[in-house]
Design a protein around this ligand. Structure first.
Ligand SMILES: *Cc1c(COP(=O)(O)O)cnc(C)c1O
Length: 232
């Protein structure tokens, strides 16, 4: 890991892309079927600009004020912004206005506000439901048993496009242990998906466990540290 600090950002980005490609091959996934979301929270706008220069278009941010400031700095670039932090009721409007995706939807109340506040000139906001798949009290997300109810509430909303599920499991050591919650999320998705609501996206996997997530069907991995280095 220490050697990472001697690499440039484009080299680290290329290394992450190579890890994704190798995992696709190893686990029989279609090449190119796993998207990379570069998690740029607590990183400078200049680092995002450098990643864009190396071909990265999708960026994930957790903190609204920080994200809005960087979006203003980078307004000349055609970036796709994903909100991956915890939602708060009083911040749904700027999120509906300034992001293409929300990954951590956990309540029908937030869903209803986001749909109502989504500007009419933008495409529907893509959303993933965040599931508390490993059942820890401290973690965000709805319990798996409540997912169907939230799904039903979100499907009614005209300005949201419900695309899939997201999870943020507790860190685990070793691929077998890491795969467990990701497999559970995929199995939940398979139970919830229907013809009129297919839930194609599984947003799961980060710097330390993206291979395990890809093994279990991730279609989008959210990677920060491995691309940008330690956060400021
Ligand atoms: C910070 C964060 C990540 C990225 O984590 P790394 O370990 O730096 O890759 C991914 N998803 C969410 C929701 C995060 O908050």
């Amino acid at each position: 890991m220490n050697q990472d600090s001697y690499q440039t950002l484009p080299e680290r980005l290329a290394a992450v892309r190579a890890r994704i490609g190798a995992a696709e091959t190893r686990f029989g996934r279609t090449p190119g079927s796993v998207r990379l979301l570069a998690v740029s929270k607590k990183q400078e706008a200049a680092a995002i600009r450098a990643a864009h220069g190396a071909g990265q278009l999708a960026f994930g941010e957790n903190y609204l004020q920080e994200a809005l400031a960087k979006q203003a700095d980078l307004a000349d670039l055609p970036l796709e912004w994903h909100f991956i932090g915890q939602l708060q009721t009083n911040k749904t409007r700027p999120i509906a206005e300034h992001f293409a995706w929300v990954h951590g939807l956990t309540s029908a109340h937030h869903a209803e506000r986001l749909s109502r506040q989504r500007p009419p000139d933008l495409p529907p906001l893509k959303v993933c439901l965040e599931i508390n798949i490993s059942g820890e009290d401290s973690k965000g997300g709805v319990p798996p048993a409540q997912a169907a109810e939230l799904l039903a509430a979100c499907r009614q909303l005209p300005r949201l496009e419900l695309v899939g599920l997201m999870c943020l499991p507790a860190p685990a050591v070793g691929e077998a242990a890491q795969r467990q919650p990701f497999r559970a999320l995929r199995e939940l998705r398979d139970r919830l998906a229907s013809l009129d609501c297919p839930l194609p996206v599984l947003s799961m996997g980060m710097s330390d466990d993206l291979e395990a997530a890809i093994a279990e069907g991730a279609t989008l991995v959210r990677v920060g540290t491995a691309i940008f280095g330690p956060r400021h």
